[in-house]
Design a protein around this ligand. Structure first.
Ligand code: ZN
Length: 482
């Protein structure tokens, strides 16, 4: 595929976690019985009038500010007209040429490389209702009938539109993963992908490497799986490249990705903006942003993941990779920081990324839940640092700590896991180990230095990992006359 480079842009849709819908007082819900949360406004009864949800505007501004966008002082809602059963009004209230915010950027990481993607705009709109297609596949093709659930209709939705700055399928995946972390951190959405709370369209074109002209793009609509997005892009790039190399042209169209075959197929030709007959929503006055409202939101913004990762590198001396693992998501970051405030930050980082993450993943726990509290992990790290327990004993203590509500010190005492640093107690063990292995002892005396580890290992084994390793080393050398 040399000689061609992909150009990817994304439109990310996020359902806001407000109590009520964008333009009416119906509850925002998921999983409730169908059509429970409806009213004349979200069912489009004649004469019903929309009212803007202030909390939704506040959340939208939070997102815009976190992406470094300029919040525009005057916002206008537009009607986006299209006819489909999930849209009772036959138009969606959205924003068009006077959106909430413009001109931002989102910084994200791919491996050790920090990338930036320009944000074209952030705008507010309402979600459509949910169509439930009969039949096993749940897809419209081959279905006998479809049902409409209006509970979702009118849910506040934010659309984040990027510039086509993303240069690989992997980068697109990382962008979305880290964008999701940001949105969760902002408290504006839980971004549960299985529930469609975050979903996206991707547009993709290829062009000769180094060219600045954009090629004709195709679109992948309404995706909510990082893996499928990456697979779809990975299949679309060579498809377009092959057509262009053969002298053909790309049709601008919407594609469907089939995870079964791993390929894309044409769904429909792409609509142009004028197909939607946008015009200003006559039932809503323009939304004038009070600068004080915006500044209040700016002042209350939480620390964002990118800034936190930088701070972990700076303040705790972590590698960028470790800082990313620990700092990308709020709950784990808060657990780590609470633990690191009471123990060596680097050792605490190792324990958090190693034993702790393995434990919560296996147990299906959220960070911060379960018996292993930050204070207990810090105490455990402290016991290792102070030489009270060996590293291997600490792993046993951790395993017990994960099962029972107990302090590490307590576990060390009840299970007799304290490190043996008493020379007298270890001498006998060392003597026995040496006596049991006369051949190796001779080889060591004859200069085979690497056998030291063999003997120390046997001492550790004989003491269930409790021997002070440094002392064991010294005593083995002494016993073997070196
Ligand atoms: Zn309603």
């Amino acid at each position: 595929m040399s000689g061609w480079e992909p150009v990817i842009g994304l439109e990310v849709h996020v359902e806001l976690a407000t109590q009520t819908k964008m333009f009416c007082a119906c509850t925002v819900s998921f999983g409730d019985p169908p059509n429970l949360h409806t009213c004349p406004v979200c069912l489009a009864h004649p004469g019903a009038l929309p009212v803007v949800n202030q909390r939704a505007v506040e959340y939208a501004v939070r997102i815009a500010l976190a992406l470094g966008c300029t919040v525009r002082p005057r916002n206008v809602f537009h009607r986006k007209n299209y006819f489909y059963p999930d849209l009772p009004k036959a138009y969606q209230i959205s924003q068009y040429d006077e959106p909430l915010a413009v001109d931002g950027a989102f910084d994200y990481w791919v491996g050790d490389e920090r990338l930036s993607c320009r944000i074209n705009r952030v705008h507010m709109e309402e979600d459509a209702a949910k169509l439930v297609h009969s039949g096993e596949s749940g897809r419209i093709a081959g279905s006998d009938y479809s049902l409409v659930d209006f509970n979702r209709g009118g849910t506040p939705l934010i659309e984040i539109v990027t510039e086509p700055d993303i240069a690989s399928p992997e980068a697109a995946r990382e962008f979305l993963n880290q964008m999701r972390n940001l949105l969760v951190e902002l408290g504006v959405s839980q971004c549960i992908m299985e529930e469609g709370q975050i979903r996206w369209d991707a547009n993709i074109s290829v062009r000769p490497a180094g060219s600045t002209t954009l090629g004709v793009r195709t679109e992948l609509k309404n995706m909510n799986s990082f893996r499928f997005l990456q697979q779809a892009l990975e299949s679309e790039i060579p498809r377009q490249t092959a057509i262009l190399e053969a002298g053909g042209t790309i049709d601008q169209e919407t594609l469907h990705f089939d995870p079964e075959t791993g390929t894309t197929s044409s769904l429909r030709s792409k609509e142009e903006a004028h197909d939607y007959r946008y015009f200003p929503e006559p039932d809503l006055v323009p939304l004038v942003m009070d600068p004080a409202f915006v500044e209040e939101i700016r002042a209350a913004q939480p620390e964002l993941p990118a800034a936190r990762i930088e701070r972990f590198v700076r303040d705790y001396g972590l590698s960028r990779y470790d800082a990313f693992v620990l700092g990308a998501q709020g709950p784990l970051a808060r657990f780590y920081e609470a633990a690191a405030s009471g123990a060596d930050p680097k050792l605490t980082a190792n324990w958090t990324m190693g034993e702790y993450l393995a434990h919560i993943n296996a147990a299906g726990l959220e960070p911060g839940h379960g018996h292993v509290t930050p204070a207990r992990l810090a105490a455990l790290v402290g016991l290792v640092v102070d030489g009270v327990i060996s590293g291997s004993a600490a792993k046993q203590v951790f395993a017990l700590m994960a099962e029972e509500r107990a302090e590490p010190q307590e576990i060390v005492e009840t299970h007799g896991l304290g490190q043996i640093s008493d020379e007298g107690a270890l001498d006998a063990v060392v003597a026995r180990v040496v006596a049991d292995n006369p051949a190796q002892a001779d080889q060591f005396r004859a200069g085979k230095e690497q056998l030291l580890g063999y003997f120390v290992g046997l001492v550790m084994k004989a003491t269930q990992g409790r021997a002070n390793p440094k002392l064991a080393n010294d005593l083995v050398r002494k016993a073997l006359g070196k």
